[in-house]
Design a protein. Structure first.
Lengths: 211, 544
């Protein structure tokens, strides 16, 4: 593999630990140590990173189903009620010819969350399997997942704006459906999952493998 | 020595981290648990709100729209159409609809669906609100029967949807007349029900009509109840004149049914079941006829024309209707080579009151023949009479003909033949006919020529007379004038003679005086002679 990797020294390798808040450098002690100066718990790596990520991912998976099945937007106009799920909205836009908008919505609301879930799941599994395969690329995947995750909130923003703007009594009324709540939760959970995942674990495996 | 550069000593001097023990399950696992609970709750909520999916087939999807058209009961939305598709054979449309969950108990065989559109029928305007909101599907939920999910929609809204208390009854009629679903049913001119449905009987020979009578009026109906068609304007022309009757103005427009239960009926009143079959009479008159139970039929043979005699014409006895004509035929008798017109009548003796009889019906049945034979012997005959000179309608009159030739009822025939007598009108016409025949035999031409001759003769006579008058004028008139003059003179003389101061007059007066004197003398003498008859011998004596 990459020979240079081994040449670089990490803080962990020399038995040092850094306080997240005040930056004070400590010697590695037992687990559950706290900062000598500010009392912040010290961690060599993000604590329970894998299990937390798993928890958030599982929750996101669970909520992803109602997010897609339940309507996210209930439109009432002239007495007729119409409720749209994410996919029915996309297909409606596609059928009516606005394929560009449909593409944006599809990418932001379907493609990105799914991709993010898949990437994080792969990363977690690969770390658990102590994989040493392409750590640099996997780190890049992680960065991608972290960066694009927030963009899937576009849908929620649209629904929120519509609900707030379109309130014409009797003529037209838009309400957020329960799917919107689930979808928002999915997005938040994937963001939390991305945050709780420690990408250093990818490299730890790579190092151990070389020792 | 750089302060910030690390060396071995400095690293050793770095403070050791404090140790706090922490153990147990990570709290982060609550999150997927909560997510699971939320997911499960959402799933349950969605599942619990999802109602049954049903299909309804209609002839047309006019006014229906997928995802728009609603299903309403009592104007409450209980479902929505999901899709509209054509059936495989293109004969109808299949509407797939989703209902609210609560409706699943009512999706049985007796549940009915129909499309509510604006429509004007059966005397009422309905569904006007659908002009703005668009059509919707109405439902009449029913709990009877098995659960089904595939329905056949009604093409016309059912007349009865609100599950009002009441009873269904079953009528049979010859034809539907102007009845329709929703046509009213009247009892004493008050609307108490309506026609629910109608259909052909199995054999296609009659029409079966279902009516619904609202509670409590349905209690008025028992086995004696008579239903009749009160449709439209009923006009009849019979021997009694012109009849116009109608139940109400609504029935004139759209028809209706009326019923009544005769109170004084010979039959016992019995409650009826749903399957009891009532006859729908064609009018009220027909129900009255039907309520008589004991009838006798007779055949009448009339020699004259029966023009003006219609079916249903009354049979009267001394002006009281006791029956009616039920059949008029024409018969050819091959033996006698004769054409007969048998008129069948129906006599209902029930309208009579029998004095001194305990059981009227039995009495009539037992003594019918003897009584009738006796009546015939006393001269009872049937004859046609004109009931109405305006219309020329005839009726059959039973009456005693004083000097009728003897006759009797022929009981061997079925129905028995009742003796008849020619109509007075018939007699008159016969007489007139013979008169006309005699008139025809008169030698009118001869008479005419003779008359012409006479006229010629008369003319010459007249001419002669004229000549005579002229002669008279010229010759006789002067003579007559002279004679008249003479006469006048004579009369004047006579006048002079008999004038009071004329001598003749005076002489006459003297004569009368003398005569009266003489008469007096005679009277004196007779008086004297009466008293002194001896004077005739002795002569008059001197005063004694």
């Amino acid at each position: 593999m990459n020979d240079q990797t081994n040449a670089w020294i990490t803080a962990a390798a020399v038995g040092l630990i850094n306080c997240h808040n005040c930056g004070l450098l400590h010697k590695v002690a037992q687990a559950h140590a706290c900062c000598h100066r500010c009392g912040t718990p010290l961690h060599l790596r993000k604590p329970d990173s894998l299990s937390r990520t798993w928890a958030y991912l599982l929750a996101a998976y669970v909520l992803y189903i109602p997010a897609n099945v339940l309507p996210i937007m209930v439109t009432t106009s002239l007495g007729s009620t119409q409720s749209d799920t994410i996919l029915s909205g996309v297909s409606y836009l596609l059928v009516t010819g606005s394929w560009l908008v449909a593409l944006v919505i599809f990418i932001a609301s379907v493609f990105v969350p799914v991709l993010k879930l898949v990437i994080l799941t792969y990363l977690v599994i690969s770390v658990q399997m102590r994989s040493t395969w392409h750590p640099r690329e996997r780190t890049r995947l992680y960065r991608l997942a972290e960066v694009m995750g927030r963009w899937s909130m576009v849908d929620i923003y649209v629904v929120t704006l519509m609900v707030a703007l379109v309130k014409i009594q009797g003529l037209a009324d838009i309400d957020a459906g329960s799917g919107a709540v689930a979808f928002g939760a999915v997005v938040v959970l994937t963001m939390l999952a991305a945050m709780s995942f420690d990408p250093r674990l990818i490299w730890d495996n790579a190092e151990k493998n070389h020792e | 020595m750089n302060e910030h550069s690390l060396n071995e000593k400095q690293i050793d001097d770095l403070p050791a981290a404090r140790v706090e023990t922490r153990s147990g399950m990570s709290i982060v696992w609550l999150i997927p648990l909560v997510a699971l609970l939320v997911g499960a709750w959402l799933a349950y909520k969605t599942w619990s709100e999802t109602g049954p999916i049903i299909t309804i087939s209609f002839k047309t999807a006019e006014g229906l729209e997928a995802d728009k058209t609603k299903i309403k009961y009592k104007n409450v939305e209980i479902g929505k159409i999901r899709s509209i598709e054509l059936s495989d054979d293109l004969s109808h449309v299949i509407v797939t609809a989703e209902l609210v969950r609560d409706a699943r108990h009512y999706l049985t065989e007796s549940t009915r669906f129909w499309v509510v559109r604006a429509r004007i029928a059966a005397g009422e305007v309905s569904g006007l609100s659908t002009l703005l909101s668009g059509a919707y599907i109405g439902i009449d939920p029913g709990k009877e029967g098995d659960d089904v999910r595939d329905f056949v929609g009604l093409e016309v809204p059912p007349a009865l949807v609100d599950r009002a208390p009441g009873s269904h009854f079953f009528l049979r009629a010859n034809n539907l007349n102007s009845l329709d679903v929703g046509s009213p049913v009247y009892y004493r001119m008050i609307k108490v029900g309506q026609v629910i449905s109608y259909r052909f009987a199995q054999d296609g020979q009659s029409v079966e009509i279902d009516v619904f009578i609202y509670s409590p009026h349905d209690k008025q109906i028992n086995s004696n109840t008579r239903f009749w068609n009160a449709s439209g304007l009923e006009m009849s022309l019979d021997a009694n004149g012109v009849h116009v009757s109608t139940e109400s103005l609504v029935t004139v427009m759209m028809g209706g049914i009326a019923f009544d239960t005769p109170r004084k009926s010979n039959k016992a009143e019995e409650p009826v079941t749903k399957d009891h079959e009532f006859i729908l009479f064609k009018d009220h008159q027909a129900t009255l006829r039907e309520s008589h139970t004991l009838k006798f039929e007779y055949v009448l043979h009339f020699s004259g024309s029966v023009r003006g005699l219609s079916l249903g014409a009354p049979v009267e006895f001394k002006g009281i209707p006791i029956g009616e004509v039920i059949d008029i035929n024409m018969e050819f008798n091959a033996e006698s080579n004769d054409i007969m017109i048998p008129v069948t009548i129906e006599v209902v003796p029930n309208s009579m009151i029998f004095k001194g009889v305990s059981n009227q019906m039995e009495f009539i049945r037992d003594n019918h023949k003897t009584v009738m034979n006796d009546l015939i012997k006393r001269g009872m005959r049937a004859q046609l009479k004109t009931g109405n000179y305006m219309t020329g309608q005839l009726f059959v009159d039973l009456d005693f003909i004083p000097d009728a030739p003897t006759a009797s009822i022929n009981w061997r025939e079925t129905p028995p033949v009742f003796p008849t007598t020619p109509t007075p009108f018939e007699e008159i016409s016969t007489t007139i006919a013979s008169l006309v025949k005699k008139l025809k035999t008169l030698p009118l031409e001869k008479i005419g020529s003779q008359f012409q001759d006479s006229v010629i003769t008369l003319t010459s006579t007249m001419q002669e007379t004229e000549r005579l008058v002229q002669t008279l004028n010229t010759s006789v008139t002067p003579a007559i004038t002279a004679t008249l003059d003479q006469t006048r003179k004579t009369l004047a003389t006579v006048e002079q003679t008999i004038q009071s101061d004329s001598s003749t007059q005076r002489d006459l007066r003297d004569v009368f005086d003398e005569l009266s004197k003489a008469a007096r003398s005679i009277r004196i003498m007779t008086d004297y002679l009466e008293r002194h008859p001896e004077a005739l011998i002795h002569g008059k004596r001197e005063n004694q």
